[in-house]
Design a protein around this ligand. Sequence first.
Ligand code: NAD
Ligand code: AHE
Ligand code: ZN
Length: 369
Amino acid sequence: MDVKAAVAFEAGKPLTIETVQLENPQAGEVLVEIKATGICHTDAFTLSGADPEGLFPAILGHEGAGVVVEVGPGVTSVKPGDHVIPLYTPECRNCEYCLSFKTNLCQAIRGTQGRGLMPNGTSRFSIAGKMIHHYMGTSTFANYTVLPEIAVAKIREDAPFDKVCYIGCGVTTGIGAVLYTAKVEPGANVVVFGLGGIGLNVIQGARMVGANMIVGVDLNPQKRVLAEKLGMTHFVNPKEVEGDLVAHLVELTKGGADYSFECIGNVNVMRQALECCHKGWGVSIIIGVAGAGQEISTRPFQLVTGRVWKGSAFGGARGRTDVPKIVDWYMDGKINIDDLITNVVPVEQINEAFDLMHKGEAIRTVVTF
Ligand code: NAD
Ligand code: AHE
Ligand code: ZN
């Protein structure tokens, strides 16, 4: 079938709206009509050329919601008409990783996913016979996409697509990092670096679990109002701190953060996030994605003296199990998504949506088809 997609032909170039040919779903795959998709900083990261796994041409996008239109042979867990959220972290419930219950990083299809292909090693997308890569196994910047069955979470039908698409990455990543990765306890002091689409969800996760101090750190003072609405108790702008930022944060939290979260992708900030943690027990969670070739460093003494460095992908959430619950939290008014979706644009304006992100003028822009 012909579908409408925003195609990334080359790193660093704007996306172009194209008519793309999409093949039928094969065994174990489903065809989904994407109704809405958010734009995450990771899409911009890959488009910039900084992603070691970035492939071109590709259809980017990994924060979508839509409806199953057709299923391939052997698909049993969803049927046409089901509402779903695509999962860039699938949940096969059968691989060593899923069965370990120690991680959400299902590896059943990770190899082909990283090569921009469906699990059988081919792409369903092409233009005039030339192959177009899938991206993160999801490719939600298209009005129809094909996904492996294990990479869709079935959700309730009354949930609005243009809001719950954000649960496909940002909401789950931020709230999940607090609940599932860090397991922040009531009364903890939390420091969040970067108050964008991810960091604001870390803040609302910290508020949900009853954290004590929730300190937000961002260079952009315009992020303050929304962060406070979501639960931030203290705002720190590094540009306004006299002297060392880490020392300032340790003093503010009376000894250091019990938990810190890096939600930017800046390796220097990752070090600050670790080092502002409390001696003896502070845990720092890296969420931000850093570019090819970048590395983190600290004095090993920081770890010897009890600080812990961890990372979190998709908030540690098991997609098919946890995403429908997070949709319920939104529908029950337990989490705020509406205020974080600052812009909604038709797919024809998708490049303007990337510009808004780069200028720091949007938290999340949702693209509709
Ligand atoms: P965003 O652009 O919406 O937010 C980034 C925020 O960081 C902005 O508010 C910006 O002002 C602030 N910032 C930038 N440099 C700063 C600095 N030096 N000090 C303090 N604040 C600074 O991005 P986002 O969509 O929230 O994504 C954040 C990061 O998380 C990206 O690296 C993205 O790729 C990554 N990410 C990771 C996962 C995961 O599963 N690990 C999932 C989604 C996104
Ligand atoms: N491809 C990059 C890494 C990108 C990355 O870390 N992706 C996160 C999700 S970001 C969503 O916005 C993730 O889930 N990582 C786990 C995984 O298996 O990809 C690189 O550096 O090669
Ligand atoms: Zn994302």
